[in-house]
Design a protein around this ligand. Structure first.
Ligand code: ADP
Ligand code: ZN
Ligand code: ZN
Length: 748
């Protein structure tokens, strides 16, 4: 037999599988990872097929043998190999790159190994008698008694009861009384304590109804649902009930959650229901933890996986269910190449593996809701909150009026008044502003100069540590560059440097000025860098040590704090003004989600939305929490404006340190496309627009960025043009990188 191996090297020259002889005694299967010679190097690869020698188109003597197998089990399930093939086709990337998604990175690079520990088992029949004989060594006697129940104990465990047991155990082993051996330990991300088990509460009518529409399909191994449930309708309990049914059926489940919602709170929900059958995969795990969680899944010990985007590739066998919570989140589209969409991947896994798909949200994406209307998903609705709790009452405040009335604070009079009332009655509040830092830009009043990053085409943000006024710093949010703020204008020398715009740090300072003595926590990228920072801050708020939680979109979703009765949106316009056709959709989602944090328990919630555009229909719909109204409005706007889902937006992006090179390459791409369209009338008909331009953010990390933008009718006929685009990326050279992006999450 001969193995077909895809080598783990991303280069078009080696994209095809190569054939290798299988040495005597080695038994690779499809999905095994192997070590093979390639030219003069040794590389890793995946076996993707097995053929007999007569199926080869070259003499078998010419082939080199596989040098070794890398794992003692096939790392890839056959279904995952098929999935990788599909992603390679879909995202126009080499198979080896798609295969990389299927394993923890540290496993691929060999940086991580299984962790072993020494353990001890009793081998004698009468430990008590043997212990009595150990007159000269009370330690050995003690060890024998500890092991008397016959359970295997780790050296570590024994070491906590008996000081330095190693030598004594060796002596006991030599006397034939115990056996020392090695076993694997799984590095756990969960801390010492087990979760207290939780049981299912009596379900609400809404939950029961939703389950009645979805469970029968899951039992048949089919179904794709869009679960539209308002905030606080108890969607998590529906996932838990479905996952638990899947387990009863002997199947596994994957629950995808946006990374930032993957809080200890969420993990606890699942751990307390399913115990160690739950595995968790997210970016804050150490390499060792991620590798071990992955192996617990691969070996079938963990059947329920809760994780962020890339957990869609978790090697769950006999998959029964995939849930995508907050399906509208853009984080489900990968921001790295290959740019897969976890929702599409989930759909295809479910179809192939006979599992049920549940996309879930209080604010479904326009795309998914449109697909549900078209019949691609079955729509299931949960229009009421648990226990008929009311949705929060929303007030909109016109910030222009505040200014006219002489209020220069970032808080309106109404918000201040409601904050007082909320805090005085012992409740908690959340303040939301989707921008971190103190001031969002710095400019010169004399000449209008705006301080920008040296490497990126964006203005810098002022960061201020309230405890250390000398620590003021300007930071670039794209590349992280930082420096001291200028004292005089670098352009004209004037001293009139002024700061504008507010971020979360400013909200925090303002809060302390207006409410001295009220403890607050701030959650944004700056305060959550450490591994446990997230958990600690949420715990401070959850246990009531802090009364007000201030944060960016990090606090907008998933959080469930019963004492929060007031939510303040400091500036609702921030996302609305972004140059993206999805800006309105994002704004609506974000506002509805934050508003949904209020009044989740007995006391009804209130929301104050501050805005400079109180008449904007998108803000009005969010205030009314009327998803349908928003959908209809936005859907018809997309139709008229020919935006997705009515069209496809795609681009070829060129990046280079030289602006001239980037422009030149971009022109060349544009010309090639135009020439192609001239000779392909059908393609031309499907193409609404082709435009060569500088990208909206013209420079990032020193790379100039230009793109050719395409707007196409979303029609199967358009695929030759997309193939051409993906082929054009091979014009990348040392000076320019070219990327092909189809409906990317952002078009910065
Ligand atoms: P959603 O994700 O739909 O916004 P959650 O799943 O977070 O809502 O549930 C909202 C709150 O309702 C949570 O505090 C949860 O514990 C509670 N809850 C959910 N289902 C039930 C139930 N059947 N009985 C009582 N409380 C419930
Ligand atoms: Zn100036
Ligand atoms: Zn920068």
């Amino acid at each position: 037999m001969v193995a077909q191996v895809v080598v783990d090297v991303v280069h078009t020259n080696v994209a095809k599988p190569f054939s290798y002889l299988i040495p005597e005694g080695m038994e690779p299967v499809v999905g095994s990872r192997v070590h093979v010679p390639l030219g003069r190097r040794m590389v890793d690869g995946f076996v993707v097929g097995l053929v007999t020698e007569d199926q080869l188109d070259c003499p078998a003597e010419k082939l080199r043998p596989i040098s070794k197998m890398l794992d003692d089990y096939p790392a890839l399930l056959p279904s995952m190999l098929e999935l990788a093939r599909e992603i390679a086709t879909d995202t126009h990337c080499p198979l080896s790159e798609a295969l990389r998604l299927m394993l923890p990175a540290a496993m691929r690079t060999g940086r991580i190994k299984q962790k072993q520990e020494t353990c001890v088992t009793l081998t004698c029949a009468d430990p008590e008698a043997e212990a009595a004989k150990q007159k000269r060594s009370p330690k050995r006697a003690m060890l024998l008694r500890l092991l008397a129940d016959g359970r295997t104990r780790s050296l570590n465990e024994l070491g906590q009861l008996v000081k330095d047991p190693r030598e004594s155990l060796k002596a006991l082993e030599q006397a034939g009384l115990v056996r020392l051996s090695q076993r694997e330990v799984f590095r756990s991300p969960y801390g010492e304590e087990d979760e207290k088990p939780s049981i299912q509460p009596p379900l609400t009518p809404g939950q029961t109804e939703a389950l009645e529409s979805m469970l029968p399909a899951m039992e048949r191994g089919e179904g794709a649902f869009l679960l539209h449930g308002v905030t606080g309708s108890g969607k998590t309990e529906v996932y838990l009930a479905m996952a638990s049914r899947a387990l009863e059926m002997g199947k596994g489940a994957i629950i995808l959650v946006p990374e930032i919602a993957l809080t200890p709170q969420m993990v606890r929900w699942f751990r307390s229901r399913f115990g160690p059958a739950t595995a968790v995969l997210h970016s804050r795990l150490t390499d060792g933890q991620r590798y071990d969680e992955w192996r617990r899944i691969r070996l079938g010990d963990a059947r329920i996986v809760v994780g962020a985007r890339s957990a869609i590739f978790a090697p769950v066998e006999d998959l029964g269910l995939i849930v995508i919570d907050e399906e509208h989140e853009q984080t489900y589209i990968s921001d790295k190449h290959p740019r897969y969409d976890a929702r599409r991947v989930a759909h295809s896994r479910c179809r192939r593996e006979g599992a049920t798909l549940v996309l879930s949200s209080a604010t479904p994406s326009i795309l998914s809701f449109a697909m549900a209307r078209r019949g691609d998903y079955t729509l299931v609705e949960m229009p009421k909150r648990v226990a008929d709790r009311p949705l929060p009452a929303v007030s909109i405040v016109d910030m222009r009026r505040e200014l006219e009335a002489g209020n220069r604070s970032i808080f309106s009079a109404l918000l201040i008044q409601k904050l007082h009332r909320c805090l005085d009655s012992g409740q908690q509040a959340m303040l939301f502003l989707n921008r971190r830092g103190f001031h969002t830009f710095v400019s010169c009043r004399s000449c209008g100069y705006v301080v920008k990053c040296n490497a990126c085409d964006v203005s810098m943000t002022l960061h201020r540590d309230p405890n250390d006024p000398d620590a003021d710093e300007l930071r670039c949010h794209l590349c992280g560059a930082a420096h001291k703020p200028p004292e005089i204008c670098p352009e004209c020398g004037s001293k009139y440097i002024r700061y504008f715009g507010s971020g979360t740090q400013r909200v925090e300072e303002e809060m302390h000025k207006l409410f001295p003595g009220v403890a607050t926590v701030r959650m944004d990228i700056d305060t959550t860098k450490g591994r446990d920072a997230h958990a600690r801050l949420l715990d401070d708020f959850g246990k009531g040590r802090a009364k007000v939680l201030i944060g960016t979109q990090m606090i907008a979703k998933g959080l469930d704090f019963p004492k929060v009765t007031l939510v303040g949106v400091v500036a609702a316009d921030m996302t609305l003004n972004l140059p993206d056709y999805r800006a309105r959709e994002r704004t609506f989602q974000l506002l509805t989600q934050v508003a949904g944090r209020a009044g989740r328990a007995q006391t009804p919630g209130e929301v104050v939305i501050q805005t400079y555009k109180p008449e904007d229909p998108c803000i009005l719909a969010a205030a009314a929490q009327d998803y349908r109204a928003f959908f209809e409005m936005e859907f018809s706007r997309r139709r008229t404006g020919l935006y997705p889902p009515f069209t496809l937006l795609a681009r070829l992006l060129v990046e280079s340190v030289s602006e001239a090179d980037a422009m030149q390459m971009n022109e060349r791409l544009y010309d090639t496309v135009q020439t192609y369209l001239l000779s392909h009338p059908l393609q031309k008909k499907r193409t609404l627009m082709v435009r060569a331009d500088a990208a909206p953010v013209k420079r990032i990390r020193g790379q100039y960025r230009y793109h050719v933008l395409f707007k196409l009718f979303d029609h199967p006929d358009a695929s030759p043009l997309l193939s051409l685009m993906s082929e054009l990326t091979s014009l990348s050279d040392e000076r320019c990188r070219i990327y092909c992006e189809v409906n990317p999450a952002t078009m910065m």
